[in-house]
Write a protein of this length. Sequence first.
Length: 75
Amino acid sequence: MKAVEFQSTVAANREIAIPAEIIGQLPLGEPLRVVVQWDGTDDEDAAWRTQGRQRFEAAYAPEDSVYDRLMDETR
């Protein structure tokens, strides 16, 4: 897989401009994977923590609650 990186902005018409030197490298008619990133500061950290917690909890079975009770009893 090939990749290119460039910086741009979202215009008033809600479109993202691709620089001419990049557009010339893109193959016509081929599927593209597009990733859009922006500086989300603290929001990004919170999103990673939330997603990590959700994945962890998805693997947590009701039978595992016995370990929670054991931890509480040792305190």
